[in-house]
Design a protein around this ligand. Structure first.
Ligand SMILES: [Zn+2]
Length: 473
């Protein structure tokens, strides 16, 4: 399809959850499955705004007369989530992560961050608004198929999550309310459905590169805005995975073409992506965001010192890191597996002389194999275990081949020092002594069999080449 010819326009809005506690209180950012400790019931009442008018959407929500039930926990939600207490100071780690992304995407960063309130009328925010703050503007992202503009980067609060619903009430759980989200909005200049996937993948990697992104399904959400010439913008929500994204966008182009061909009335609206990759009408597009300043939080100054610190700790751009790892001999699969592995980053930095491929295979496959051999599928090897092993390896105190055996012993509960001692290589003098002793012991073994016997006895204790050399003498 010639996407330029049909007037294809596409932009993304990406929300990534951060694993750094809540944005405006000190509660942990954990979604709980156990029974809540308390329920609070509220009704929504629409208030006139500064113009004296009542918002239509808010009035509509009030007219429904629903009760909103909020489920909370004594130990992990507080009065801030219930909107009974003003927001606390903004979470600095969350703000720093947003500034890191804004810097990586070459955005202009304002001198002051002003927290705003964005009206939300579905009850998913106890306050009736979502707090959001702009931290970057006018950036750009390089992709294999061209540059894409970044319109804005914000830090905002996630909403409460819906756990039940009936004719008279909606139940929300407060555990998700206030989890920090980084929102990244691209310009409408994505040129093909494939490029939309590239952009989503690339931004997802940047989020993970901060080291603060939450992991797992639903932690990064993509909204895709799509239109063709003659049709208004349609928003697609609820993508399950990035692989299916181009196909779903192509489906939307066809749907819009059909509407225009049949001369039906094209309408701007939001569609939900279903499991089978088709989409269905979800709701009309909401009006322009209704925002006003949050008066309970002060302006946050972003100083040159703040920005210098962000730049000092800037993570390597994930695509560049992938290229570098693959140039060092890692295949595509292995490079992607260790791309965000914290242990790999630390070990790779600490042991620059060690082959990164060996570090990666030790972390990905060798440790799995060791646990399996030890019959301990659950155990975790610590960073210190690997550091200990790699230090010995660098000093030539153990052979590469011994890594698996050492880890097997550690997995069965042996201390790393004792496990490694079993595989310490002998010095040349020790080897010679042991060799001579064994030679005497097996003096009656025929020469052609002696080689096998000696290697069997000395393997793992000395370099195989050194053993062969002694045998040849
Ligand atoms: Zn709280």
């Amino acid at each position: 399809m010639d996407y330029a010819k049909v007037g294809f326009k596409c932009g993304l809005e990406i929300h990534g959850q951060l694993d750094v506690g809540k944005l405006f209180c000190e509660c942990p950012a954990v979604l709980r499955k156990d029974k809540p400790d308390f329920n609070v019931c509220r009704k929504l009442r629409a208030m006139a705004g500064e113009t004296g008018q009542i918002d239509v959407a808010a009035a509509h929500a009030q007219a429904k007369g629903l009760s909103y039930i909020y489920e909370g926990y004594n130990s992990s939600t507080c009065l801030v989530e219930l909107d009974e207490e003003p927001p606390h100071t903004i979470n600095q780690q969350a703000l720093d992560a947003a500034l890191t992304i804004a810097t990586l995407l070459h955005c202009e960063i304002p001198n002051y961050v002003q927290v705003m309130r964005k009206t939300v009328v579905d009850g998913s925010n106890t306050s009736g608004f979502q707090r959001t703050a702009l931290v970057g503007l006018n950036g750009e992202l390089e992709t294999p198929s061209g540059k894409v503009t970044i319109m804005s980067i914000s830090i905002e609060e996630d909403a409460a999550r819906r756990t039940a619903e009936d004719k008279v009430s909606v139940t929300y759980r407060l555990d998700r309310l206030g989890i920090p989200l980084i929102e990244i909005v691209t310009g409408p200049d994505i040129k093909t459905p494939e490029q939309a996937k590239e952009v989503a993948l690339s931004i997802g990697r940047l989020l993970r590169a901060t080291g603060k992104a939450m992991r797992g399904i639903g932690t990064i959400r993509q909204d895709v805005n799509v239109s063709i010439k003659g049709h208004q913008r349609v928003e697609l929500k609820g993508f399950q995975d990035l692989k299916s994204m181009p196909g779903i966008i192509k489906g939307e182009i066809n749907r819009q073409s059909d509407i225009l061909y049949k001369k039906e009335k094209p309408e701007s609206h939001v569609r939900n992506v279903k499991q089978d990759g088709t989409t269905k009408f979800l709701r009309p597009m909401s009006g322009a965001a209704r925002m006003y300043p949050e008066t309970d939080t002060p302006l946050i100054e972003i100083t040159q010192k703040n920005l210098a610190n962000i730049k000092k700790d800037l993570p390597e751009v994930p695509e560049k890191k992938l290229e570098r790892l693959m140039a060092a001999g890692l295949n595509d699969d292995l490079a992607n597996q260790v791309l965000f592995d914290k242990k790999f980053s630390v070990l790779h930095k600490k042991f620059p002389k060690l082959d990164p491929k060996l570090i990666a295979t030790t972390l990905i496959s060798t440790q799995k194999e060791a646990r399996k051999k030890a019959g301990q599928e659950r155990g975790e090897f610590t960073l210190e275990h690997f550091e200990y092993i790699f230090k010995l390896l660098i000093k030539c105190d153990i052979a590469k081949e011994a890594i698996l055996d050492i880890l097997v012993l550690v997995a069965t509960g042996e201390k790393i020092e004792n496990a490694a001692n079993n595989f310490k290589l002998m010095s040349d003098a020790e080897l010679k002594k042991e060799f001579d002793k064994l030679k005497k012991e097996f003096s009656k073994v025929p020469a052609e069999k002696l080689k096998g016997v000696m290697i069997g006895r000395l393997r793992g204790k000395a370099d195989i080449q050194k053993i062969l050399k002694l045998l040849n003498q």
